[in-house]
Design a binder for this molecule. Sequence first.
Ligand SMILES: NC(=O)c1ccc[n+]([C@@H]2O[C@H](COP(=O)([O-])OP(=O)(O)OC[C@H]3O[C@@H](n4cnc5c(N)ncnc54)[C@H](OP(=O)(O)O)[C@@H]3O)[C@@H](O)[C@H]2O)c1
Length: 453
Amino acid sequence: MEIKHITVAVLGTGLIGAPVARNLANKGFRVKVWNRTASKASAIAQANLQACTSVAEAVSEASHIVTVLKDGDSVAAAIEAGAGHFQPGAIWVQLSTVGVEASLDLARRAEEHQLVYFDAPVQGTRQPAEQGQLVILASGPVAQRVSVQPLFDAIGKRTVWVAETPGHSSRLKLALNSWVFALTHGLAESLALAKGLGVDPQLVIDVVSNGPMDCTYFQLKSAAMLAGNYTPSFSVANAAKDAQLIVEAARQAGVRADVVEAGLRRFQRAVAAGHGDKDMAASFLASDAPPDVTAPGADDDSCAHPPDRACCRRRTRGPAPVPDARSAPACTARRGRGPRGGGWQGLSMGLRSTRGPPTRRIQPQGQGVRSRPDAEEAFNLMLFSLPTGMLGVHSEIRQRKAATAHDVDGIRTDAPPKFASLATAAPMPRSPAAGSARPGLHVLGTRPSAGSG
Ligand SMILES: NC(=O)c1ccc[n+]([C@@H]2O[C@H](COP(=O)([O-])OP(=O)(O)OC[C@H]3O[C@@H](n4cnc5c(N)ncnc54)[C@H](OP(=O)(O)O)[C@@H]3O)[C@@H](O)[C@H]2O)c1
């Protein structure tokens, strides 16, 4: 069928949904958009692009439905709102990052509504979306791919076909976000540390530039952090949502994801400090967030409550959700010295003493004992962050003697110490279903990632 005869409903006109809808319209598709906040949908009306006031109105003539909403719940609610109005056999392209469980739940809903489901999260932020340069990580039935490829070509530069069945693309998306979060936090902490140590953070950028650790992302985000430009491309709130999804998926799969957990705490602090709508480069601002905005239970080494207390949830079940300051007061049962407690206290392996080996403390220039020049400390944090982030490992707990740069006066440093061991595969309880429920999956398992695209 000619593109001009294809009607596409785009549900969600946020940072990614709006340019996706515009690019489809510019390529000649007939596009109908719906958004919860109606003014955002009407603001992008143009030729070939009509704003609708209800999901039902948007989907009723559409042969293709595209969802670009915040999370699994908002996507499910939008699809249910369209029930009874879909074209029989319409194709549903699900671009939002919803995680593994929600992706499978949405696939079930697709079946119920007789929709053909494509699990198709995207790689790329606002600018690539505006330029039609997204990478689409697509899973869906081979027979229908010919029908969705023109849409993908309109919004992206590349389609990676991951699998035939849903869920696999959402898994790959989590693995990719783990990498981008490691980059973001590693960079944020390096710059914050340089600043806190009294050296010009620009020196970190100068040393990295044009070397083997340089990349476009490093240049873009370091410039944004130093300029204090947090115009959102990917919001902190959505990044926190995705980090939580990664933590949950990793636990299900029996994979240690310590770096993501630490990064989640940074995002949570940024949200609690009022930076949720800013770009995730605002991880930089989490370095000097005061302790009273720390997510309850987020510091696993700072709370003396037994592990079943809500404030201590993280010690047994992973990071606390994004905090609700009204209902979840910060835990006050701190161990050891200072508001964050001792870096060694409350760690795993049953250590309950309030005194442990002294954490090496790095202090701003002129304020404490130093063993190395300041610029070298800041630069080394960068070096430690990148390889450990890449591997998804963090030996903070298991390599307790390596507390380099972990507890820095006045600067939050959640990135791991330098020992990047094979800790990702360290034994931990596996869910009974782990492994068997993911035939053919190489992305989140402990096997090598051959074939993950
Ligand atoms: N930005 C990126 O770089 C990027 C990259 C890859 C993937 N993603 C993923 O793509 C999806 C959209 O991201 P985005 O950056 O476009 O997010 P966004 O700008 O925050 O937009 C979120 C969209 O979801 C809607 N929404 C939120 N909560 C809702 C609810 N309860 N009910 C109905 N609608 C709701 C918003 O409606 P309102 O306008 O009414 O708030 C808006 O349309 C997310 O899953 C995100 O993780 C984003």
